[in-house]
Design a protein around this ligand. Structure first.
Ligand code: 13P
Ligand code: ZN
Length: 272
């Protein structure tokens, strides 16, 4: 089967299109990666071109050694992915040590995986371990409202979690662990990858101050849906602040009742 006709590639491309339509991906903003299932690697193996050219990842991720990832290219525009996947995305192989990668398909006109590949792989590594292999998707975007909030709210996990939970009743059900906040840092390297990874041990959402957001999830629907929910909640929050701020909200006991009825574990540290 052709690589671009594989279900996981079509699902990946659908997210890049939907994310662009949402306004989350100006120019080359944002990036996206998927840890490919072994049976899918087997199905496309004859189309992959093993290469002896390896590039250091910049971080060490031993538990990802031997894995294959589908990932957007650095400097490539999300809106162009569906028009020509071969030029804008790549399949990369991670060497057995988990320290170097090689491109085995895609980026036909040249290029490299996203500059945020260290953060993507660090997050994949942590989530693979914590979820026993269930999580396969890491998604980075630049949504307007969540970025706007990072100029106004204190850059604290608790403040952002409570603000977002309070804006829509179902938010605590969708991200019961809350969200983490990374203070402003230079993007594209090892330091921001390590800072984000620390938060991903606890949350599925890491907000990068004055920059954007990273979400982790088990599949495309859940990861896109998580990004969409967080950003919608942020939009409501921006509107509430613009209208002069909250006059009433969901009571703390309301969150506890919700957690009980929906059978979720709400992080109590965000409720006091
Ligand atoms: P890339 O084009 O390298 O993926 O960078 C976009 C981005 O959003 C950096 O944070
Ligand atoms: Zn970015």
């Amino acid at each position: 089967m052709r690589i671009t006709e594989m279900e996981f590639v079509e699902g990946f491309i659908r997210v890049t299109e939907d994310g662009f339509k949402k306004g989350w991906h100006e120019r080359n903003g944002g990036n996206f990666s998927y840890r490919i299932k072994p049976e899918d690697v087997t199905a496309i193996r004859s189309e992959l071109k093993p290469s002896s050219h390896f590039t250091p990842i910049g971080v060490s991720v031993p538990n990802l050694g031997g894995e294959y990832f589908l990932v957007t290219g650095s400097g490539k525009f999300m809106r162009n992915v569906s028009l020509c996947p071969e030029d804008n995305i790549a399949i990369v192989y991670i060497d057995e040590k988990g320290e170097n990668y090689s491109i085995v398909w895609g980026l036909e006109k040249g290029g490299t995986p996203t500059s945020e590949f260290p953060t993507h792989l660090m997050n994949h590594s942590i989530k693979k371990e914590l979820t026993k292999g269930k999580y396969r998707v890491i998604y980075h975007s630049h949504p307007v409202n969540i970025i706007a909030l990072t100029f106004v709210l204190p850059l604290e996990d608790k403040v952002f979690t409570r603000a977002l939970w309070e804006m829509m009743t179902e938010c605590p059900v969708i991200f019961p662990d809350g969200v983490g906040v990374v203070p402003w840092m230079v993007p594209g390297g090892r330091d921001i990858a390590i800072a984000t990874g620390k938060l991903m041990k606890k949350y599925d959402v890491a907000i990068w101050a004055h920059h954007g957001i990273f979400c982790a999830g088990e599949d495309f629907d859940n990861t896109f849906g998580l990004m969409d929910t967080v950003e919608k909640s942020a939009e409501i929050c921006v509107k509430v602040l613009a209208m002069g701020g909250k006059r009433q909200t969901i009571p703390v006991q309301g969150f506890r009742d919700l957690a009980k009825d929906f059978n979720i574990d709400l992080a109590e540290e965000f409720l006091d």
